[in-house]
Design a protein around this ligand. Sequence first.
Ligand code: AMP
Length: 228
Amino acid sequence: MNIILLGPPGAGKGTQAKGLQLRHGIAQISTGDMLRAEVAAGTEVGRRAKEIMDRGELVSDEIIIAMLGSRIEKPDCAHGFILDGFPRTVPQAEALDVLLEKRGTPIDAVIELRVNDEVLIERIAGRFSCAKCGASYHDTFKRPKAEGTCDVCGAHDFIRRPDDKREVVSARLVAYNNQTAPLLPYYEAQDRLRIVDGLADIEEVAGEIEAALETLPKRGVSHALTQS
Ligand code: AMP
């Protein structure tokens, strides 16, 4: 199964993508994480992407499509994947359709996590994670149980994303509304889009996503019928 999670920054895509990965045994792909790894490794792509990411703008379609194209060829994608943060523009969505058509594995579901902008800024500006294991925390909603110690691995160092500063978050929301929101009608026209309330509790959102997946038209039904 191939799933796209759409939604503005801070809507909970990363959290829900991890849940989907565990429940369905498919790969989780975050183009943001891939770019941050390139930045950390000091590669040419990372150097070119860093400035753009720090401004809250989108990295070029060309770079992202090439990166995603090689990622979905990896063995862990054989049974499908969840895309978190890709596509973010109509040209990316079109390129993805072409790539998947060649593989004969089209997108099954596009889930939009819907959240309003004020909540997003509060959610994003407070988030931080463990520098060692990546466990996520929040200044207001989820502090470590023992102050300064990661609940998961016990490390004491935490990091904040440079693009989670309030002013950059506003630019990221503008990029989402101008460049990514036009994808909603694109997928609606394919009857693949389902909308889920991203404001509910994590477990509730996960349940709504599973229920939404059940409502999708099944692929290959007519083919199966002609076979029997
Ligand atoms: P994210 O972790 O998904 O919020 O992504 C962080 C940043 O990486 C974004 O603000 C963009 O600068 C860049 N980025 C991630 N995915 C894409 C994409 N599909 N297209 C363009 N830029 C991207």
